[in-house]
Design a binder for this molecule. Sequence first.
Ligand SMILES: *[C@@H]1O[C@H](CO)[C@@H](O)[C@H](O)[C@H]1NC(C)=O
Ligand SMILES: *[C@@H]1O[C@H](CO)[C@@H](O)[C@H](O)[C@H]1NC(C)=O
Ligand SMILES: *[C@@H]1O[C@H](CO)[C@@H](O)[C@H](O)[C@H]1NC(C)=O
Ligand SMILES: *[C@@H]1O[C@H](CO)[C@@H](O)[C@H](O)[C@H]1NC(C)=O
Ligand SMILES: *[C@@H]1O[C@H](CO)[C@@H](O)[C@H](O)[C@H]1NC(C)=O
Ligand SMILES: *[C@@H]1O[C@H](CO)[C@@H](O)[C@H](O)[C@H]1NC(C)=O
Ligand SMILES: *[C@@H]1O[C@H](CO)[C@@H](O)[C@H](O)[C@H]1NC(C)=O
Ligand SMILES: *[C@@H]1O[C@H](CO)[C@@H](O)[C@H](O)[C@H]1NC(C)=O
Length: 487
Amino acid sequence: MANLLPLLLLLALLSPAAAGAGGEAHVSAVVAEKGLDFAKGVLIGEAVRSLTPLRLPGVEKAVRVPFLGSIRVAASDITLFHLDVGDDSVIHPGDSALVVVASGVSANLSMAWNYYYDSWLFPIEISDRGTASILVQGMEVGITMQIKNYNGSLALSVSQCGCNVKDLVISLDGGASWFYQGLINAFEDHIRAAVEKAIPENIIDGTSKLDSFLQSLPRSVNLDNVSSVNMTFVNDPQYGNSSIEFDINGLFSSAVAKTTNLQKHPQLSLSCGGASKMLLLSLDEDVFNSALEVYFKAGSMHWVVDKIPDQSLLNTASWKFIIPRLYWSYPNDNMQLNISMASSPVIRITSENIGATINADMIIDVLHGRETIPVACISVVVSASGVAEAAGNKVYGKVDLDNFSLALKWSKIGNFHMSLIQGVIRVFLNTVCMPYLNSRLGHGVILPVVHGFTLKDVYVLTSAEQLTLCSDIAFANASSLASLLVL
Ligand SMILES: *[C@@H]1O[C@H](CO)[C@@H](O)[C@H](O)[C@H]1NC(C)=O
Ligand SMILES: *[C@@H]1O[C@H](CO)[C@@H](O)[C@H](O)[C@H]1NC(C)=O
Ligand SMILES: *[C@@H]1O[C@H](CO)[C@@H](O)[C@H](O)[C@H]1NC(C)=O
Ligand SMILES: *[C@@H]1O[C@H](CO)[C@@H](O)[C@H](O)[C@H]1NC(C)=O
Ligand SMILES: *[C@@H]1O[C@H](CO)[C@@H](O)[C@H](O)[C@H]1NC(C)=O
Ligand SMILES: *[C@@H]1O[C@H](CO)[C@@H](O)[C@H](O)[C@H]1NC(C)=O
Ligand SMILES: *[C@@H]1O[C@H](CO)[C@@H](O)[C@H](O)[C@H]1NC(C)=O
Ligand SMILES: *[C@@H]1O[C@H](CO)[C@@H](O)[C@H](O)[C@H]1NC(C)=O
């Protein structure tokens, strides 16, 4: 059961943002040293929970006793009920596998025993029974686990798993005589061998459950009724000296696979600006662009504006002197703006900030009686830039207007020069559009995390064409992992 946790953490974190076409990774997640350490702690905790109580096979044997001859002794109900792993354990990525070694493990077992002696020498049958406690100390458990990409899913297998018992002491319960102690000591070898066999067997069994779980994860996760993400893993995990990287082709469905700067190389050098964090999740700007494109194509980028702070601007009377034909054709009529995207917005990420180019068509509608009459269409190209921040399990954004350009696309009210409306549009963008965008970004995007895990102290870094989330993880609910495995 041991090296599964990093994967679960990853899957947890990646569940929203993965997959696409053609074997290129757009999302990379690096589990750093501190993350591996955390994973080790949770894994060992889970392994201990799943291993106890562990029932071991009983045994019966004949013991030769001087003068008496052979006595039949049996041990039954041998149960390992407590494991104490202590602090002496390590997890480290090997060349192509993950190695977990726990030393100095101790275990408590209980057993029942009985003996039976029947000989022609004595006319009566002699027998007795009781219980004993077994203390195992200095046990070492080592697991080498391979994590491979199998047909786009992660496959786990244990390539080596061993358990070695150093000291084993059997003590009789309830002050029985030294004579019995001699008899039950005969079970030492049996119990040692049973423990050394059962622990690896159960770990391998737990791993194969996790393997099935990972393989059964959907390749495509629907975010809503418009977009879905292809969760296909690309490449085998890359092992660093103290970290592991997982690559996922993280584009949204129906997305265009762009050819810009695909991350084909391990980027274990990825850093969190000096801070030591458990998990680094990096998203190519293409992930965002593919998402925007999906929503654009689904036609969900429309916005009708009929209320603005200076409402008088939405009446033809205000335009009497700037666009006289508008006023004379529709005197004192109210107007609305019908804004739609002319193309999918484009996000560019640099080390300084996140920039967006938005290409919109703004149709001016005159509300004449019951009629809505489109009278002109202005193409508005806006450059905005902003930053992303994180708090709790959410990432927030905030953008500011950089500059914009206007062009008249068509008009039924004659040509009018864009410089005449530049000032009004600037105010409109700053007082209506940007606040609207920021209020949406301000709600934040929830980072999906498997139930029971929470992200702690998340922060966001940008670098060329990439957004990186650095985070610690807390494991709040120990039963979650177990319940996942039950699935
Ligand atoms: C998901 O990604 C894989 C690998 O990149 C690709 O083969 C597959 O066609 C993609 N599936 C969808 C539905 O886009
Ligand atoms: C395990 O055995 C040791 C030594 O006998 C004892 O101190 C400890 O309390 C036992 N632990 C449990 C959970 O019974
Ligand atoms: C590989 O994955 C695809 C998509 O999930 C599936 O249809 C196919 O059967 C899988 N192939 C193998 C060999 O498992
Ligand atoms: C998607 O769901 C939203 C809200 O549930 C709904 O308004 C919209 O029409 C749906 N879109 C499609 C394409 O089904
Ligand atoms: C990994 O360790 C080796 C030997 O200790 C060292 O030469 C190498 O530079 C290290 N690699 C990284 C990425 O730290
Ligand atoms: C807005 O304009 C689009 C065409 O760009 C049109 O399909 C839609 O009906 C208009 N909506 C309103 C409310 O005028
Ligand atoms: C904004 O200014 C930058 C740099 O001068 C320019 O590249 C960009 O095209 C401008 N954007 C718009 C919408 O005019
Ligand atoms: C842990 O999770 C389980 C199910 O996933 C839930 O029933 C239980 O209430 C949770 N416990 C805590 C302390 O959150």
